[in-house]
Design a binder for this molecule. Structure first.
Ligand code: SF4
Length: 311
């Protein structure tokens, strides 16, 4: 991602979106672990950093915003104490200076009367205000990247729109990158420049958000978009649904992991793993659709062998 870039990570529950977000900041809970790959950030591979070097990055250069602000905030500490302690964990800074920064951040997220609010506890705020405070805490150290994991799921629709507008405004004002993790394609299309659609732990389609929303190439993305309720349908029209469920990681289908649910499945789909290849919208998609009855692409045989499938 470039500075100021905004990427939407979308897919159903269980697609691996949150795990991907947690992997970036090395917060995978045991028994999970990062088996291989790289997380390149500001010239360093984060998977190679020591715990203390990673703590300098996490909550400092990269901040994460979680779904439910009540789970993030400590209910027995005032907002001011939580903000000051967060700052002091990353910087050698006096309480007075930390309070001044905390006040500034509360102003940036439009908390009214921030001086009074510093002495209040999380339960004294509404859900939307609490999420604004979580965002203010994420901003404390002027991060280069914010990973927001379903930041509006716990909020009602009007507050959701306000929080998304706020995130967008902050990213533009401070030139911060944003990875927005959500199952809500409508939100993604309003906020992000690029999109990555995940299915069963892999990215199956990626590219410019507007182009993909207007002309998706992968059957899974098409299904997600078709499942969105529109305002133009008649009373009798039914919502489209993708049949079946996301597979368990313990029992992945062979070939294309989406093939048991795909309406466009062909013979090759059950045996050959599709890799990301250029899509008509200028991005990439992993599907045999335009390449059915072809030989596997370079790398596909290795992937199939690794997954224990006949290559
Ligand atoms: Fe469907 Fe085959 Fe494409 Fe998979 S590879 S999405 S099963 S058409």
């Amino acid at each position: 991602m470039e500075p100021g870039d905004r990427l939407g990570l979308v897919g159903e529950s269980g697609a691996g979106k949150s795990v991907t977000g947690f992997s970036i900041i090395n917060l995978i809970s045991k028994p999970g672990f990062i088996k291989k790959g790289q997380v390149l950030f500001e010239g360093r591979d984060l998977t190679k950093l020591s715990d203390s070097a990673m703590r300098d990055i996490r909550g400092n250069r990269i901040s994460m915003i979680f779904q439910d602000p009540m789970m993030t905030l400590n209910p027995v500490l005032t907002i001011g104490t939580q903000m000051v302690e967060t700052l002091q964990a990353h910087r050698n800074i006096s309480r007075k200076d930390a309070e001044a920064i905390a006040l500034e951040k509360l102003r940036q997220v439009y908390i009214p009367s921030p001086e009074k609010r510093l002495d209040q506890y999380p339960h004294e705020f509404s859900g939307g205000m609490r999420q604004r405070i979580v965002i203010a805490i994420a901003l404390l150290s002027d991060p280069a990247l914010i990973i927001a994991d379903e930041p509006t799921t716990a909020l009602d629709v009007t507050i959701q729109a306000e929080i998304m507008e706020l995130l967008l405004d902050l990213c533009e004002r401070f030139h911060m990158g944003l990875i927005l993790i959500t199952h809500d394609l409508a939100v993604v299309s309003q906020v992000t420049k690029r999109i990555a659609v995940m299915y069963a732990g892999s990215i199956v389609e990626t590219g410019d958000t507007e182009r993909i929303v207007n002309a998706p190439a992968h059957p899974y993305t098409k299904g997600l978009l078709a499942a969105l309720p529109g305002v133009g349908g008649t009373r009798r029209s039914r919502l489209v649904q993708i049949p079946g469920l996301m597979p368990s990681i313990k029992n992945m289908p062979s070939g294309c992991t989406f093939h048991p649910r795909c309406g466009e499945c062909t013979e090759v789909c059950g045996s050959a793993v599709p890799l990301l290849a250029p899509a008509p919208h200028g991005g990439f998609f992993a599907c045999h659709l335009e390449h059915s009855c072809r030989d596997p692409r370079p790398g596909e045989r290795e992937l199939m062998r690794e997954r224990g499938e006949p290559a």
